[in-house]
Design a protein around this ligand. Structure first.
Ligand SMILES: C[S@@+](CC[C@H](N)C(=O)[O-])C[C@H]1O[C@@H](n2cnc3c(N)ncnc32)[C@H](O)[C@@H]1O
Length: 260
């Protein structure tokens, strides 16, 4: 299996000291939040130029759809101007799949979290193009958003699609789907809510399955299947990273667990 060129294949520091906001993500300083030191260092900000459309979207649509990070619980009803089941997505990348899902499920609210500024700009453009009213974004470390802003038992679902696989053994500790964080994710789900993860990196799929099965508050929706993995739900479109992985000959593994 050939690892695809994701950020963890770049020169990534191996020490345990979280870096301050990496300076080279191609975004104007005014759009780059300050990322404090934290637990899992699951991301590095990749180099990537902001297109003029993305810059404009950040300026004009950002104030409407990007929720500020605050160390205080988020009031979903206030953020969306309605009461509806709310689904959180961690690491939406450029957001194409996110926009498609939000368009296909107008009855649900979606909060997309991403640190990569060009991705936030790109999804803001999709929100406007599609006239989406059920999607809000947060540009901050998802580990802190979950800890500080999401009330226990408040989410109908959580999506973690193609999280950075951190291929190298010495970087595996940077993977998002590990026991302590899964416990936190599960704590934010309402009973019957779901956690849906997908990856195209088999060793990470195996880690996800092991960690999710071991979390007592979650139940595998595919426990009757031969290998424990779930079929891709119809409403999850192929994502950008998934397409790239498929072209490299990777398989794809979906995991859907529900909160007991
Ligand atoms: C490999 S990409 C996948 C993007 C998208 N889900 C897809 O399938 O195309 C993973 C994304 O997660 C984001 N990410 C990683 N850790 C994060 C964190 N702690 N908080 C917010 N975003 C994060 C990265 O910036 C990156 O854009």
């Amino acid at each position: 299996m050939t690892p695809d060129p994701r950020p963890d294949d770049a020169d990534t520091p191996d020490d345990d000291v979280a870096p301050a906001a990496p300076p080279e993500d191609g975004a104007p300083d005014k759009f780059r939040p300050d990322y404090p030191r934290r637990g899992i260092r699951s991301f590095v900000l990749r180099a990537g130029r902001m297109g003029s459309g993305q810059v404009k979207a950040m300026e004009t649509l950002g104030p409407l759809y990007v929720l500020p990070y605050k160390a205080a619980l988020l009031d979903f009803d206030q953020a969306f101007g309605r009461h509806a089941p709310t689904v959180l997505e961690i690491g939406f990348g450029m957001g194409d799949a996110t926009a498609q899902i939000a368009a296909a499920r107008p009855q649900d609210n979606f909060i997309g979290i991403e640190v990569h500024t060009p991705g936030v700009g790109a999804l803001l453009q999709r929100i406007e193009e599609r006239g989406l009213t059920n999607l809000r974004l947060l540009q901050h470390d998802a580990v802190e958003v979950l800890r500080d802003m999401i009330a226990p038992g408040s989410l109908a679902g959580i999506h973690v699609y193609f999280p950075d696989p951190w291929h190298k053994k010495k970087h595996n500790k940077r993977r998002l789907i590990q026991s302590a964080f899964v416990r936190e994710l599960s704590s934010r789900l309402a009973p019957g809510g779901y956690l849906h993860c997908a990856t195209d990196w088999q060793p990470y799929a195996e880690q996800m399955l092991e960690v999710l099965v071991a979390e007592a508050t979650l139940e595998n929706s595919a426990k009757g299947s031969a290998d424990g993995y779930a079929p891709r739900p119809d409403w999850r479109p192929l994502t950008k990273f998934e397409n790239r992985g498929i072209k490299l000959g990777h398989g794809v593994w979906d995991l859907v667990f529900t909160k007991r």
